[in-house]
Structure formats: C-alpha cells, structure tokens
Design a protein. Sequence first.
Lengths: 112, 111
Amino acid sequence: NAGVTQTPKFQVLKTGQSMTLQCAQDMNHEYMSWYRQDPGMGLRLIHYSVGAGITDQGEVPNGYNVSRSTTEDFPLRLLSAAPSQTSVYFCASSRQYNSPLHFGNGTRLTVT
Amino acid sequence: AQSVAQPEDQVNVAEGNPLTVKCTYSVSGNPYLFWYVQYPNRGLQFLLKYITGDNLVKGSYGFEAEFNKSQTSFHLKKPSALVSDSALYFCAVRDSNDMRFGAGTRLTVKP
C-alpha cells in the first residue's frame, strides 16, 4: 500500500536549471495537488488537478508547470529554477472535494 | 476566501497533562475543517475533520477537536499528552479546490 510516492527526496539545482518532481498515487484518487512548505507560512497550493487532463493554478503557480495525463501521475516542472523556489514540496491526493488529503513524504529542493 | 489562523507558534506541555492547540477560522457558508500532524521529514497526516453534525469530533491517536460556531474556533485537544505527540500541527479549511492551511503550531511534550 504505497499511497503517494514522491521522487526525488532531495535535489540541489543551480539558478536557471530545470527539473521535474515526480508524484504518483495508487489509490485511484481523482484530485491531486502540489504544495510548497516554507517556515512560518504553512503550506501553499501551487497547482491542482481534479482529474486526468484537467489542471488549474493555485495560490503560487508562477515558475511551475504541471500536467495530468493519467489518474496516477502528477509531475511538477520547474522551468528555470530561482533561489526563491528553495522549499519543501509536497504532493497530495484525495478521493473527493471534502475528503482528507493524503501526502507524500516531500522533496527538499535547494536552488543556489 | 476561507482561511484559518493558529495564534500560537509553540505549545509546551508536560507528559500526562491535557493539551490544546488553537485554531480559528473565517469562512462563508458551512466550513469543512481539518487537523493534520507532521512528524520530522514526513508529509502531513490526517488527524480528524469536521463537516457537519456533532461539535465534538474524535480522531486518530486519541485526539479530538471541538467546533464552536459562535467563537469560530476549532481547537485540537487531547486529555493526556504523550512525548510521542511532539510534532507540528496544522489546522486547515477546504476552500473550493484548495485546502488552506494555518502556519502551524509546534507542540512539545516534555517527560
């Protein structure tokens, strides 16, 4: 019972580099989302998806892209990394609107 | 937009004592409120939720929360704290397709 799996666990990038954070869930959840966690700010929504082929922006979408080609996978792409994107990133999924979120264990990203 | 606030950055309690972690909310309409816990280097884990019905909600690991509409509060409680309860706790409210989180409260339970 894997739940929500995120890779990699850690990543260091140089300014301007691009990369993709992977997220997969095996619970057949329709809703998936990406959050970033910064000290003293809780979690902020970057992008979300309510089903395959459907994505939308959250509170802090600039500098990030997503796609949802399958129900299981929801990758997050950093187009041109900036030091302000240094953060811990969490992927989450839920069965429906008022269901609790299931979180992955996070990716700690440092941009130098 | 819906929002929650956690007025305390840090809560310290002695093992065996009752604990309370505070949360207030601001919503239009009926609130969908949640509590999550985060242990070091892990994602958040769901503890309990309030959708409708009984104002006292029971959740995982002996935690409960009291929904108070007149005070717009949803405080997390436990009758007897354990050292293993030490963690970061987040209150959250469902808002359209977003889950809005508070800034978090670090709970430390001392032996």
